[in-house]
Design a protein around this ligand. Structure first.
Ligand SMILES: Nc1ncnc2c1ncn2[C@@H]1O[C@H](COP(=O)(O)OP(=O)(O)OP(=O)(O)O)[C@@H](O)[C@H]1O
Length: 211
């Protein structure tokens, strides 16, 4: 699914991640590491948001460096602390993303309804709480037909009732479309709401599968 090759990421000359060669198989992956270990940095590079040395190749076909547009259209990303243009309404932003991602008509509806967002989506984003923003970011990440969805700290700010809803979105899309997920957290994965989750640890400035 994703091959990370000769990967290096530094900020202002300070190395944060160094990955010689790492393969992420299709599936649902829990990217775990302590604060500052590099989880967000890793997901932002995989999402094509920040520069890095080396390359990331999707399905042995799409290189982030060689085919950046095609690669990015196949990989969706929800940031840990999303920032959106706050003069738009949620509905307007969803429509923008749907157009950009060539999403089918009405694709957002089951997501919006199951997460209880209908009542506030016609309000301007400036009025949203952090949990409402997080839910919007999650819906946007599911728009289109991505091969891979990256969710950075998806659990933070979500209320307890929303967690099983998000897990059901992930499990259903993985089962129906084979979509691969990378979810980051500083906590260990708990529960049986997601099938066959594999844990990848970010530590000592690199990645490895949990034993
Ligand atoms: N824009 C930046 N400029 C400089 N250093 C940065 C920048 N972003 C991250 N870093 C540094 O890179 C390292 C990894 O940060 P990152 O945000 O990727 O960690 P994280 O595992 O996501 O942390 P957390 O769990 O606290 O969110 C940290 O040492 C951080 O200080």
């Amino acid at each position: 699914m994703l091959r990370i090759q000769h990967f290096q990421k530094s900020y202002n000359g300070h190395p944060v991640l160094h990955i010689d060669d790492f393969f992420i198989a299709p599936g649902i992956h829990w990217i775990r590491g302590s604060n500052g270990s590099g989880k967000s940095t890793f997901l932002k590079t995989v999402g094509g948001l920040i520069s890095f040395e080396g390359d990331i190749v999707l399905n042995e076909a799409l290189s982030l460096k060689q085919q950046p547009t095609a690669y990015r259209s196949a990989v969706n990303f929800a940031e840990a602390e999303p920032l959106f243009p706050d003069f738009l309404t949620g509905i307007e932003l969803i429509q923008l993303f749907k157009t950009a991602k060539n999403a089918p008509s009405g694709q957002e509806q089951p997501y919006v309804e199951s997460m209880g967002m209908t009542a506030y989506l016609s309000d301007r984003i400036s009025s949203y709480s952090s949990g409402m923003l997080k839910k919007l970011a999650l819906v946007l990440a599911f728009m289109g037909r991505p091969a891979c969805i990256l969710l950075d700290e998806p659990l933070t700010t979500l209320d307890v009732d929303s967690l099983p809803v998000l897990y059901s979105w992930i499990a259903d899309l993985h089962q129906q479309a084979g979509t691969t997920f990378l979810l980051s957290s500083h906590q260990a994965f708990e529960g049986d709401l997601l099938p066959n989750v594999r844990e990848i640890l970010v530590e000592r400035a690199t990645l490895h599968y949990s034993a």
